[in-house]
Design a protein. Structure first.
Length: 256
């Protein structure tokens, strides 16, 4: 079993995962707000280069080099739009922010390269984590060398969505036109849970991401899922679903 550790920095709590122990990384809590990655990198590796994007709930993944190139285009004005970032050399810190969506940190124990992904339901439907892994593989990674940690996010038992949303997300692992929900419900540890409201279900987005990884041939030992829910633990995490406030916590990892 992978172990999640509470750490503190200047008295403020953040999480790390034993699976990613060789890399400087952290899933930060709301207590660090309003610090941004340029400040938070001091907790991990003060001299690392910081990379972030304008998150848009899509499935686009950019490399650190592509972010730099796009930021030099005057017409773009600001951060490029994407929901995943991967490194191309050592000492690069990649960051994503989230409130209820899943922050995913990926590391390659052979190359030392890493990725950070923001996987909400839309990004998950678009298989953003497999997209990020495909980019790493194109850079020389091998599937057995990857380590993937999914941080605090809204838990399936409290995440109510429409059956249409659940079917759209479910189609990423069950490629059929009809009966997606019933097929999902038949899976062991199903990502679909019942909801008392008509036309609604509960959706475990992290479990869907885990199933996508398993379908790629990644073993369960390579995956860790944080036992924390942003919605149910207001003492640590912002939750848009709970508070309707546009506040976020950051997650980041540094390449070797």
């Amino acid at each position: 079993m992978h172990v999640w550790h509470w750490r503190t920095w200047e008295g403020l709590p953040y999480l790390t995962c034993s699976l990613l122990e060789p890399w400087q990384h952290g899933f930060f809590t709301q207590q660090f707000s309003p610090r941004n990655p340029a400040e938070l990198v001091a907790v991990l590796q003060p001299d690392a280069q910081v990379y972030r994007v304008k998150q848009v709930h899509g499935n686009k993944v950019l490399s650190a080099s592509e972010i730099c190139a796009q930021m030099e285009i005057p017409e773009l004005d600001g951060l490029p739009s994407a929901d995943g970032i991967l490194t191309v050399q050592g000492q690069q810190a990649v960051w994503v922010c989230s409130a209820d969506c899943t922050p995913v940190l990926i590391a390659d124990e052979v190359t030392g390269q890493v990725a950070a992904v923001h996987a909400g339901w839309r990004g998950t439907a678009g298989k953003i984590v497999p997209q990020a892994i495909a980019r790493l593989i194109a850079q020389g990674s091998l599937l057995p060398d990857l380590r993937i940690a999914m941080g605090p996010a809204i838990a399936g038992e409290v995440y109510q969505v429409s059956v249409d949303v659940a079917a759209e997300v479910g189609a990423s692992i069950i490629p059929q036109q009809e009966g997606i929900l019933s097929s999902l419900q038949e899976l062991s540890n199903s990502p679909i849970l019942p909801d008392p409201e008509e036309g609604k279900v509960r959706l475990d987005v992290r479990r869907v991401n885990e199933l996508q990884l398993e379908q790629m041939g990644i073993s369960g030992e390579q995956i860790a899922i944080a036992p924390y829910c942003t919605y149910q633990q207001p003492e640590y995490f912002f939750s848009y679903r709970r508070d309707k406030l546009k506040k976020v916590q950051w997650s980041g990892i540094v390449s070797k």
